[in-house]
Design a protein around this ligand. Sequence first.
Ligand code: NAD
Length: 359
Amino acid sequence: MEVISRMVQGDYEQVVFCQDREAGLRAIIAIHSTALGPALGGVRMWPYGSEEEALFDVLRLARGMTYKNALAGLSLGGGKAVILGDPSRDKGEALLRAFGRFVDSLGGRYITAEDVGTSQQDMDVIRQVTRHVVGVSGGSGDPSPFTALGVFYGMKAAAKRVFGRESLAGLHVVVQGVGNVGLNLCRLLAREGARLTISDINTRALTRAMAELKANVVPPEEVYGVECDIFSPCALGGVVNDKTLPLLRCRIIAGAANNVLLEERHGEALHAKGILYVPDYVINAGGVINVAEELQGYQRRRVEEKVARIYHTVERVLELAAREGIPPFKAADRLTEERLLAARQKSQRQRGEPGWLAG
Ligand code: NAD
């Protein structure tokens, strides 16, 4: 398994392999970048099929956090951790504390948080051994309403560009997945006067949503073909792929799900088809903005202000994309890379290194 060459290729700062035999811990912490500040990203616990698979996942996720945190305007870098194991079977306090000690050993270069397979209670256990953890009890609470709010603002910025108005009143929005984020988003959309179509594989989630919303329901397999103004994936990743692309009949795609594009080329295809795709990591940053707030003393009002700025970030991304004739996901990457480069050059200058001249 080539590790350092992969780090060089993706420009990763540090990868830490952790094991504690007594606690049964096997974990990897990847710090992609601390150019903007300590690397913040959750710890995922998953029964990976191999170490290779775990490494691939943690590297991909850590880099994603650099981009998400940077465009969210946070003074934070990107990192991620994975614990190899089945959370329902292998997770225990000793394992979490052992993981927390490794986080602590990094002296604040990496700040952990909950992710798939870990919970707020787990963060409370990790907090016993390190202060470099967010998402603990009495902290920032459920991120979903803020993620939904950010998606809502991002949709408005996209509507402004495509329909010439930021109000979503009267627009037909299809929401795939009415879980924690999707339901909160539907509430905001309903209040704004949007026409809703919803879909979910879980009947309980659908019943809960239908009890308070006026919405059409479509079966999960039909959701892609519904003619609408905005399609909002709020369930799972990879939903724009070779199978779904020919079916899509929307003008905008804007949702909370991570990794909406199965591959980059699907983003190019959307662009060619004239569908405006708002990049996932730009529009779904409300949750990380909320949890990051714990680092400076949680204030709900400040979170709401920062989440509202997603509107302007999306606006900037879409402006650049239109100006350069490139897909918005490429424009977002470009804006992020500019911010990272500026931060690196600034710290090189502060250290008196000449590298920024060559930069
Ligand atoms: P959730 O588990 O509460 O809700 C997801 C919903 O999608 C569930 O009701 C599930 O039944 C439904 N679903 C799953 N597969 C489906 C399918 N094929 N068709 C229709 N519905 C389907 O999760 P969430 O917290 O609401 O997050 C939604 C998405 O947003 C996830 O992809 C998550 O990674 C992403 N996200 C969430 C946050 C957050 O703050 N919660 C932040 C950033 C990104």
